[in-house]
Structures are given as C-alpha cells and as structure tokens.
Design a protein around this ligand. Sequence first.
Ligand SMILES: Cc1cc2nc3c(=O)[nH]c(=O)nc-3n(C[C@H](O)[C@H](O)[C@H](O)COP(=O)(O)O)c2cc1C
Length: 509
Amino acid sequence: MTAVGDGAPGPGQGGDNGPVGSCSSGGSLRPRNGTGGAADGPHEVKPVKATSDRLNYSGKTILAPMVRVGTLPMRLLALEFGADIVYSEELIDWKLLRSFRRVNDVLGTIDFVDETDGTIVFRTCARERNNVVLQIGTSDPERALKVGKIVENDVAGIDINMGCPKEFSVKGGMGVALMADLEKAKSVLHTLASGVSCPVTCKVRVLPDVEATVEVCKALAETGIAAIGVHGRTRDERPQHGNRNHYIRAVAEALSIPVIANGGSKEILCFEDIEKFRTDTGCSSVMVARAAEWNVSIFRKEGLLPLDDVIKKYLTLSVDYDNNGSNSKYCVQNMLRELQETPRGKVFLEAQTLEQICAVWDLADYCRKRQLEFKAAGLLGRREICPQILRQESADNGTPTKKIKLQETNDGIITMKIAYIRSLYPTDNDLPKTRLLGWVRTQRIGMPSYKTIQEGKLFQSVLTVNGVQYTSSMWEKNKRWAEQGAALVCLCSLGQVDSATLKADGSIL
Ligand SMILES: Cc1cc2nc3c(=O)[nH]c(=O)nc-3n(C[C@H](O)[C@H](O)[C@H](O)COP(=O)(O)O)c2cc1C
C-alpha cells in the first residue's frame, strides 16, 4: 500500500450521507444522468512558468489531500476550476525514497518512478509547479528530509500528514501517531523546514480538548512551518460526526501562521458554502476534500458544472497525462456514487481500460488517438523505464530493448512476459486464478497446481494445467502475485483473456 490517507472511504461511499448545506446559485451536487452536456471537449492545460516565490498559504482555497483521488488529472482540474493550491495524495516516505526522478518529454511531466517495478509514484507538471503541495506520510525526520531533497525543486510545498487514523499509519508511527509523540512531530517538521527550500506544512486532527489542541498546534507552529491544516474531528471521529469548527477558530486565533480549515464538506454544497466555512472557522484559508471528490467544480465561483461535464474534462486530462486507468476509474466511481446503479453506470463499471471508460463519455476516439500519438512519440511503458531494463539498454549501446515475443516455450514451459497489476482486479471474482478455476471446472480437467521459486526478493510461479506448464517471465514481488501472473499467461495462451486487453491495460508491453 502506497497511500493510506486520513480515514478515506471506499469508492462511491463518499464517507457520509452527503452535504446538507444550501446554496443561492450554481448547479446541484447531485450527478445528472445521461450523456454529454456542455463539456468543452478536449482542452489544453497551459504550462505556467515556475517562479522562485515561496507559496503563500493565506487567503487560499485548497484541494485537500486524498489518497487515489489527488493524482495529477484531478489536481489540474481543481486548478482549472479555481482552487489556489492542490495537495497530492499522501505518499509514504519509503515509496518516494525508492523512486527516481525522470523527465517525461512525451507527456511534459516530471515522473517519480518506482525503481522496482516502473510504476509512477508521483507525476507532476509545469502547470501546477507553483501550486502543488506533496503530502508525505513519515515517522522519521531523516527520511522526511531525504524525500524533501528529492522533490523540493518540483513542488511548491511539502506537507506532513499528522491526521491519518488508519492502523497502517498509526502502527508505523505516522499520521495521528505523531500527534501523540509531540517531540517526534516537532523534530520531523523542524528538520524538514530547515532543510528544504520550499515551505513545509502539516495537517492535523483536533484533540478532544480545545485547549490541548491549541497548545499542540502552537508547539508545531514554532518549528518553522509555513501553515497548518486543521481537520475539526478527533482521531476517533468519522465523517458523519460534526466538524468542531470552534476548535479550528480557537487555533486560528492563537497562531500567527495561516491556519487552513478542513472538515466542512458535509455542509459544502456549492462555492458559497466554502466561503461560509471560512467565516465559521475564522480562517483565511480552507481545504476541501469530499465535496471536491464528488464534484471538483465546487471550486468554481460561477457555480457547479453538471457532473457529466466534469467527468469529460477529468477523463480528457487523464488521457492527456496517461493516467492509470484503474485510478481514473476509481475517481469517476467516486463522482458517480449512486449513479453507478444506473444502466450507464453499470456499463461504466464493466470498463477496464481508460479507453473503455472514455467510451462511456464518447471520448474513446480521443483516447485512442492520443495514445497512438504518445506511442509514436516514444512514450515508454512501466517496464521499459525500470532501471534494470535501462541498464540492459545501455549495455546494448543504446539500442532499444529487443521486442519481446508474446509467447515462447522455454524448457517446455509456455512463457509470456505478463505483469500482474493488482489494481486491475478489484474483486476476488476478477482475479486470474479465480477465472482459471472457473474455466478448468467447465472443461472438467484437473485443478491447476502452482510451484513457486524465489530469487532475492522476487518470485516466479510455474503453473501446470492439464499437463501443460505456464509461467510469466515478469518476476513479481510476492508468491501470490507470481501465481496470478502465471494464471494470466495460461488464460491468455488458452484464449480466455485477450492479449489486446492486456496490452491496453499495461500488463503486456
Ligand atoms: C478519499 C479520501 C482520501 C483521503 N486521503 C487523505 C490523505 O491522503 N491525506 C490526508 O491528510 N487526508 C486524507 N483524507 C482526509 C481529507 O483530506 C479531509 O481531512 C477529510 O475528508 C475532511 O475534509 P472534508 O470534510 O472536506 O471531506 C482523505 C479523505 C478522503 C475522502
């Protein structure tokens, strides 16, 4: 797990019963069913020249950090709609530490790429250079500083998550665990704030007691941070609980640095409600999470856009920045919410690739065209940018990696280079092993058997079905994934899974 967040609900759950505020103008947060609408169609996001000015956190309207939601297309759309600052999803320090920075000329982005598997940990671009804040999950000052040094020139600010109540975070000493270890929290913030060139902030939850909340925030503010985000719920409170706006106000009154109010989405139905939240909390800056997750045009002063228009814009950006299809699907699911139950929503749920998702909003041709352009311009896939493969390329004197044959037989074992990408299989029924089991049952042949070998930290499985052996030459990080990879090879070889689909979703390059 890369990102764990701050009590993030699952896709489409939205975290509570939705907003209850009222608006004087603008559209409805309720998604409209049906097609199209008034979307502008494909649009360009123009790069903005980076300046050396430090980000100022006063008087700002901010997209809050949200795991899986706060990736590049959503951040750019929030900026287009009027947000001043956009936070990334929380990224855990060690994940960033094992990534390398790569300029992606084809997309015009800076990519931080996981060197072990070529996945994009963080993608950013010039348009958001002066507005993007990278949120880190950490429990260690030195690790935080190392991450800070890696990213400081590509982001406008760095935030430390001190509000996540999830077990994963707390067990690792991150998130709200830092609030309980004030010395550690101060050390993380001080080390980072004095060691990097960009401003540092933190995002906290309130404590049950208002005075204690103010005291902790005061102590954190003394570390040299530029601002502090305050979510008005305690570590044990959930989105359905009321937000303690008066706690946030007390912090804002006590501190001289900007305080960013957070937690108001239950009452944020339109832009005016953001302003009301600002007034209620006495803060000059506010940070919006769920209301933006549901309809990011919440940041438009002119009012909300119909959901279809927002989805089209979001998908266009997803295509333009080659966003991971399952990430885009997750975000659209969270916009559709109950509309997933409609006939159109069900077609959408069946979609697996970005192109299939785009097809639901009449953008399949656009997606295909752009993807072909990217390919022609030399966009590399995730395995092609892995250091191991790059090393191989330079050993070959810069000649491009040899084209991988889709299927070959090594020692009588049918071998294909297929990666098992966990996020492509959301339910157990979708898993390659489950599908293979279903198939062998219909064929009345013996159960598949798996034999797995381990080399270092990598695993490879050989699967036997009906006396034939299958394996993937893509080594995986654990035994389960290696078995799923072998099952995919078998399904593909038997024609039960289409190799074109596997190419489109990135499993085969
Ligand atoms: C889907 C989702 C993911 C979240 N991920 C993060 C995260 O990565 N880091 C973080 O500090 N908070 C995270 N949060 C918490 C929000 O940033 C915010 O504090 C909370 O939702 C309250 O604000 P709201 O009322 O505007 O939704 C997440 C919330 C949601 C709904």
